[in-house]
Design a binder for this molecule. Structure first.
Ligand code: HEC
Length: 197
């Protein structure tokens, strides 16, 4: 493994940490607002809507993001799924489903990731996959391996994440997504850069 590539990935993540700080500020503003008059409460509700973790607002290098710059899925009115989320379906089933069950449904061994992807903070989700996590209790030791140096996971982790979010909200049904867009050229370029090919 070339450590430079992991460093590269981390550099790529850095700018995205800024929206997280913005969100913390928004949440604080919302808290302050609810303590005062009704118009302020409406403003707080607007802030919360803006802070939603699902709605696709912007597109960058072929990938959809929420208002806060967190990757998300996008389904067109005619049912066409964005490429990244379709890619996530394939990558999830090659790297994660042995432990986490088909389609993010969970297993007796590992949690249902379709729920985790909706409930967890994006950066925490990425962190667990990159660093791994081990829980030991009297009944069993539960090990999530670290994938931080596995390019077949790290280069597609945003795809996997958006696929799982789409499953968690039932935006995408079980099984292979039927209708999807062609792979955007920018994604081809970004993928090659990440894999170093
Ligand atoms: C060898 C089995 C195994 C594989 C393969 C695996 N996981 Fe896990 N994963 C686990 C276990 C077990 C846990 C629970 C760990 C714990 O209890 O802390 C876990 C936990 C997680 C969590 C935290 C979920 C939560 O709700 O707290 C995330 C996120 C996660 N895995 C993502 C992934 C992704 C993405 C992949 C594929 C790239 C993957 N895992 C592959 C076993 C695995």
């Amino acid at each position: 493994m070339n450590p430079d590539r992991t460093a590269c990935r981390h550099r790529r993540l850095q700018p995205r940490l800024q929206p997280r700080l913005r969100r913390a500020a928004l949440a604080l503003a919302a808290l302050g607002a609810t303590a005062t008059a009704a118009p302020a409460q409406e403003a707080a509700a607007d802030n919360l809507a803006a802070a939603d973790n699902l709605t696709a607002i912007t597109r960058e290098e072929g990938r959809w993001f929420t208002a806060e710059g967190v990757p998300t899925y996008k389904i067109e009115a005619d049912g066409t799924l964005d490429w990244a989320t379709y890619s996530g379906f394939r990558r999830y089933h090659s790297e994660c489903h042995v432990c986490h069950g088909p389609e993010g449904e969970g297993s007796s061994y590992a949690p249902a990731l379709k729920e985790s992807a909706v409930a967890m903070d994006y950066y925490d989700f990425i962190g667990v996959v990159a660093d791994g996590r081990t829980k030991v209790n009297a009944a069993q030791t539960s090990v999530m391996p670290s994938f931080g140096t596995n390019l077949n996971v790290m280069c597609y982790l945003d795809d996997i994440y958006t696929y799982l979010k789409a499953r968690g909200t039932d935006a995408v049904p079980r099984g292979r997504p039927a209708k999807r867009e062609e792979k955007p050229e920018e994604m081809r370029t970004a993928e090659a850069a990440c894999l170093g090919t």
